[in-house]
Write a protein that binds this ligand. Structure first.
Ligand code: CAA
Length: 440
């Protein structure tokens, strides 16, 4: 069977930096380590006043097409995943295609375009749609462009203010991909939940504590469902495990629970038995919280073992490095995590060709999905082309007062008094009012 997967990737960060320890902590009268250690974030990327989900998505896609020397004729579909949409009818992909048509020869009239919504998991669902389209043989030799783009902003004063972010990830899905092959095996955990909602409102209503429990519960179900088709997982099966990363503290919990699950009835559980005992196996439980309570004594001990720490440092920690600097990008977050892990491996001179990744995606509301990927021969060249470090470095650090002004501009419910630009756009699409979208 011909391999299908992610052929190329580009990441575009919002141009502003909101430093959590330096800028948010003093205003909130919080210990800076609450942000840097507890939540696990140094900063959030923020969109400048001329950036939005269209410009960020278009800029990521433009870089990808330019670097890979693609024309619109090479692309058969454009799918945008977002939970920051501003149009209930016309999909964001049409706006982005309009931008791209200004700079590339030809048009996208032949391309299927759509917008995917299921909170943060829709980026992965769009990958699936592209994969299935190619597998079904409807692609006529063309690739799919998947763009995950979001402004993840919370109301001021909300606990989520610590976990904001903005940026876009563009991915090219093709036959014989250069980066990773997607496997056919996947598992789901899905339930009707009300932990995080945006019913016709700009900023989400969030039950933060519940959202963490729901993430962990649905992820556990997805892992069990994945194992029902792929067989039992073992911690040594995967070089990296990128998770959806609303903030690294969330992934610390997901990694610990994943490891606990994978070591059941293995030599690792046996080796650790003298040190921390064997884990309980709760079968029936009243709630997601009760399940977590039932295993908490064991996971607290497991967290302190060298065995777990070494696995976490190799398999999970590298996936959090970009996220730590840019915050939550909703639909793009898990794709940043994959790129971050691969980038760290490249920097450490590891050769991952042929190695496997386990990717855990999640969307509030709620659904988790887990699938495996195989790293391809040309992965290193593709990852070496990323410019995310330079972009992170180039961001303009904003003060709290500037943050409030930018936040107001991106809250479309309010009339912003002051819409000055904090950085200068250079060779990129900018938002400059309706009708002038996509000027370069
Ligand atoms: N130094 C070091 N650590 C500290 C500290 C300090 N001074 N003070 C607190 N901490 C630690 C806490 O012990 C805690 O650690 P553990 O996670 O290991 O228990 C950690 O910092 C966070 O502290 P709290 O749990 O008290 O944090 P909080 O309640 O103030 O806020 C949150 C956390 C509720 C998740 C909030 O950030 C939020 O509402 N975020 C938005 C929702 C969200 O991201 N949910 C995640 C799951 S949903 C999802 O994934 C979809 C999505 O993208 C939104």
């Amino acid at each position: 069977m011909t391999a299908v997967g992610i052929d190329a990737i580009e990441i575009h960060t919002g141009k502003l930096k909101f430093d959590l320890a330096e800028t948010l902590a003093p205003v909130k009268d919080k210990d800076p380590e609450y942000y840097t250690k507890g939540i696990g974030l140094a900063a959030s990327s923020f969109p400048d006043t001329y950036e939005d989900i269209v410009t960020m998505g278009a800029n990521a896609a433009y870089q990808l097409m330019k670097r890979r020397d693609l024309s619109p004729q090479d692309i058969g579909r454009i799918d945008v995943a977002t939970e920051s949409s501003f149009d209930n009818s016309k999909p964001v992909s049409t706006y982005i295609a309009g931008c791209l048509e200004q700079v590339f020869d030809g048009d996208f009239h032949h391309a299927n375009k759509g917008e995917r919504k299921f909170a943060c998991i829709s980026g992965t669902q769009s990958l699936d749609d592209a994969y299935n389209w190619i597998r079904a043989g409807r692609h006529r030799g063309r690739s799919a462009l998947v763009i995950a783009t979001d402004t993840a902003l919370y109301a001021r004063g909300d606990a989520g203010e610590a976990t904001q972010g903005a940026g876009a990830v563009a991915m090219l899905i093709s036959e014989n991909p250069d980066l990773v092959e997607l496997s056919t095996e996947q598992g789901y955990g899905s339930a009707d939940e009300t932990d995080f909602l945006k019913p016709n409102q700009q900023f989400p209503s969030v039950d933060g504590k519940r959202s963490v429990q729901v993430y962990l519960a649905r992820m556990r179900e997805a892992l069990e469902d994945f194992e029902s088709v792929a067989g039992d997982t073992h911690p040594d099966d995967f070089e990296l495990i990128p998770f959806h990363t609303p903030f690294p503290g969330m992934v610390r919990k997901a990694g610990l629970l994943g490891f606990r699950h994978m070591i059941r009835d293995t030599e690792i559980e046996e080796q650790l038995a003298d040190e921390i005992g064997r884990q309980p196996r709760p079968e029936a439980f009243d709630s997601d919280e009760a399940y977590l309570d039932a295993i908490s004594e064991y996971t607290d001990k497991l967290k302190g073992t060298e065995t777990y720490q070494a696995w976490y440092d190799d398999t999970i920690a590298p996936t959090l490095e970009i996220s730590r600097e840019v915050g939550n990008w909703y639909t793009g977050s898990v794709h940043i995590a994959r790129a971050s892990g691969l980038k760290a491996a490249l920097e450490a001179d590891q050769d991952l060709a042929g190695e496997r990744l386990l990717v855990g995606s999640y969307g509030s509301g709620a659904q988790a999905e887990i699938h495996a990927e195989t790293v391809q021969e040309d992965w290193a060249e593709e990852i070496a082309a990323l410019t995310i470090d330079e972009q992170i470095e180039a961001r303009r650090d904003i003060s709290f007062e500037e943050y409030e002004r930018v936040h107001d501009v991106h809250n479309h419910d309010k009339q912003a008094e002051d819409v000055e630009e904090f950085t200068s756009p250079a060779d990129e699409f900018v938002f400059d009012g309706w009708g002038r979208m996509g000027e370069r």
